[in-house]
Design a protein around this ligand. Structure first.
Ligand SMILES: Nc1nc2c(c(=O)[nH]1)N[C@H]1C(S)=C(S)[C@@H](COP(=O)(O)O)O[C@H]1N2
Ligand SMILES: [Mo]
Length: 334
């Protein structure tokens, strides 16, 4: 993220592993990881869950059991087209797997997402360590089609499957001292080559944070799937945050710990370059990044002859969050 906006040609097809190749590799690895019993899951059919370009993929039982009850298209961005799955799953930022857009898709196949536990601790009446299937088992999944605006100047429209973070937080009963929520990504240098690199500017684990009222906002989602299927590893399997009115780096991937805290957490990108990446990171066309304008964005897929440049909107178009920032100087608190 410290580099300039890549040219539109940055995601060349020739650099990308064909989907058929990585899918078959993924299935091999799943089998090796003990998911042999999982049947191939046809991508959700019917009411809005039908994504023609998405191939079947093995999914664990906890996910398959949830599909019939999904509330499809619970939130949509009106008439904006959904980004093709291929783009959303092959053009990624996930520095644990390397700094290039194609690194996550080519290197994340070996991430072990099963079993997965989430530690919830800090200022809560009911701290604990939860198996992913128990966490999700008690939730109804919703499909939320959200814009995702990266601070680098590109954007996508992604259909997530998940549940509101608020419904998890309510269960653990935050104390009156809980003012912020802190999130942590897995540390596993053996399977995350970016965490072994001496050249990485980032400290691990990747950490993100929200004010508690932002965390409780109904738009704030914990996602376990996208395009009617489980999350691809490169998109932050098996559990990631999605905060659609903030720059993409707030939407932390592969979460292993959520802590309710009194003090504002020190977050990964803020630590690297505090003048460039603020804690709030609300999408705002009037507050430029020190090295580039944030007035417009490249809606992917985009190419040399159809760059698809569109205006960026305050709060990424999610006007309903404006009340969270009443009286706050958004230029100072960027
Ligand atoms: N753990 C972790 N989470 C992360 C990142 C990362 O490098 N590590 N990159 C962020 C950035 S900069 C963006 S734009 C989004 C990209 O999400 P996507 O690849 O699913 O589109 O993930 C965010 N979450
Ligand atoms: Mo980003």
């Amino acid at each position: 993220m410290l580099i300039q906006i890549p040219p539109p040609s940055a995601c060349r097809e020739s650099e990308v592993t064909p989907e058929s190749v990585y899918l078959s590799r993924r299935q091999l690895l799943d089998a090796a990881a003990g998911l042999v019993a999982a049947t191939l899951l046809p991508v959700a059919q019917g009411e809005g869950g039908d994504y023609a370009d998405v191939e079947p993929v093995a999914a664990p039982a906890w996910f398959r059991e949830k599909l019939p009850g999904v509330h499809w298209r619970a939130v949509t961005p009106g008439d904006e087209a959904v980004t093709p799955f291929k783009t959303a799953s092959q053009y990624n930022n996930f520095y644990e797997f390397g700094p290039n857009k194609t690194d996550p898709a080519t290197r994340a196949a070996g991430l072990v997402t099963e079993p997965w536990t989430l530690l919830v601790d800090g200022e809560v009446a009911r701290p604990g360590r939860h198996a992913l299937e128990d966490l999700v088992g008690s939730q109804r999944l919703e499909e939320r089609i959200y814009r995702l605006r990266c601070v680098e100047g590109w954007s996508m429209v992604i259909p997530w499957l998940g549940f509101p973070l608020a419904s998890l937080l309510e269960r653990v009963e935050p104390t009156s001292r809980a003012r912020f929520v802190r999130f942590e990504t897995l540390v596993d240098p053996e399977r995350m080559p970016g965490q072994r690199s001496g050249f990485s500017l980032l400290d691990w684990p990747y950490v993100e944070g929200l004010r508690i009222d932002e965390a409780m906002h109904p738009l704030t989602l914990l996602a376990v799937g996208m395009y009617g299927r489980i999350l691809p590893n490169q998109n932050g399997a098996p559990l990631r945050l999605v905060v659609p009115w903030k720059y993409g780096f707030k939407s932390i991937k592969s979460i292993v710990r959520i802590s309710l805290v009194e003090e504002r957490p020190r977050t990964t990108w803020e630590l690297v370059a505090p003048h460039e990446y603020g804690f709030y990171a609300n999408v705002n066309p009037q507050v430029d990044h020190p090295r580039w304008s944030q007035a417009r964005e490249r809606r992917l897929p985009s190419g040399l002859f159809s760059p698809n440049i569109i205006p960026t909107r305050l709060f990424n178009g999610y006007d309903e969050v404006a009340g969270l920032y009443a009286g706050l100087d958004l230029r100072e608190n960027f």
